[in-house]
Design a protein around this ligand. Structure first.
Ligand code: FAD
Length: 286
């Protein structure tokens, strides 16, 4: 099923993101996590894609295929383009198609410091347009409520986002954020720019201080005072921090649903315990 069909109904779409294993772990560790998270029956899973070339990233397709064909749940495969040639992308598209995957999150990916970017697809909008021309896939795109780190300002970023949507993107998934007001401000400005596709809000329940530091340095999410105080209070008590992180995420989600969000995209970090606890707290609200 194409995910565009899920949006615009009475329900809030609930999705869960997982990532392939790093080289120290087998793919079975991810299958085990997926199988457990699948018990809550999210509307779909998304599977991230590494920064490397096509064959190194076959696990994205394998995991998406497991989700779709073994668990019977829709899967969206992430695909980055900045370090890929057109033939790399063609390889992945035919692999996904052969495995029955119909949904792709079209991404630029990050420029690698030690590698010249390939020039076939400089922006995610170029990849979206290319995939769209094939006609086989539903295409999602990423968006940044607190502005993408490479963008000069929010206006430019939103105008670029409009180009991406116009290239064939049917729905958007946000970068993680902890400040709902920043999201509402972004949503309003995107609407004024003519971006009318559904948006899923990316929510990450925090489970460790290290995780926060890594995420914030990577994506620049702002930390509201309430959130900072919570981390300070529980940073040395792992179990309490997990409880507090889940409670914060649930609080954010309730506010988002009350304010008409189209979807909630849970950055699960492959952690079934956290995914299940969040879902249990919000399932009747969806
Ligand atoms: P783009 O949409 O191309 O935007 C990147 C920058 O270029 C922005 O500053 C934008 O304003 C600008 N821009 C866009 N179009 C144009 C244009 N036509 N002309 C001029 N400027 C333009 N990374 C991974 O490696 N693997 C993953 O699986 C992955 N999953 C992600 C999932 C989500 C939901 C999100 C939010 C991010 C994910 N990322 C992933 C990170 C992402 O690859 C990086 O944030 C990357 O730097 C930008 O990707 P993008 O698709 O948003 O790029």
């Amino acid at each position: 099923m194409k995910l565009a069909e899920l949006y615009g109904k009475e329900r809030v779409v609930f999705s869960v993101e997982v990532f392939p294993p790093n080289k120290n772990f087998s793919i079975d560790t991810v299958y085990n996590a997926v199988n457990e998270i699948a018990e809550i029956r999210p509307d779909y899973f998304s599977v991230t894609y590494g920064a490397g070339g096509n064959t190194a990233n076959r696990s994205t397709c394998e995991i998406a295929s497991h989700i779709k064909n073994k668990c019977g749940i829709e899967a969206m495969a992430h695909l980055t383009c900045i370090n890929s040639t057109k033939s790399d992308v063609d390889f992945v598209l035919s692999d996904l198609k052969a495995n029955g995957i119909e949904n792709i999150l079209a991404l630029r990916g990050d420029v690698k410091p030690d590698e010249e970017p390939k020039n076939d697809f400089p922006h995610a909008s170029d990849l979206a347009a290319y995939i769209s021309s094939k006609g086989d896939f539903d295409i999602a795109g990423a968006c940044y409520p607190e502005v993408h780190i490479d963008a000069k300002n929010q206006k430019e970023d939103i105008l670029n986002l409009k180009k991406k949507v116009d290239s064939g993107v049917s729905h958007l998934v946000t970068q993680l954020f902890f400040n709902n007001d920043a999201f509402y401000d972004f949503r309003e400005k995107a609407g004024i720019a003519g971006i009318e596709v559904p948006i899923s809000a990316g929510i990450m329940p925090i489970t460790s201080k290290k995780q926060i530091e890594r995420m914030v340095s990577m994506c620049g999410a702002s930390l509201p005072p309430k959130f900072v105080k919570m981390i300070q209070r529980y940073e040395n008590n792992r179990e309490a921090l997990i409880d507090a992180g889940i409670a914060y995420a649930v609080d954010q989600i309730i506010d988002l649903i009350s304010n008409g969000i189209d979807g909630i995209h849970l950055y699960s970090m492959n952690n079934p315990y956290v995914a299940k606890r969040v879902y249990e707290a919000i399932r009747k609200l969806l």
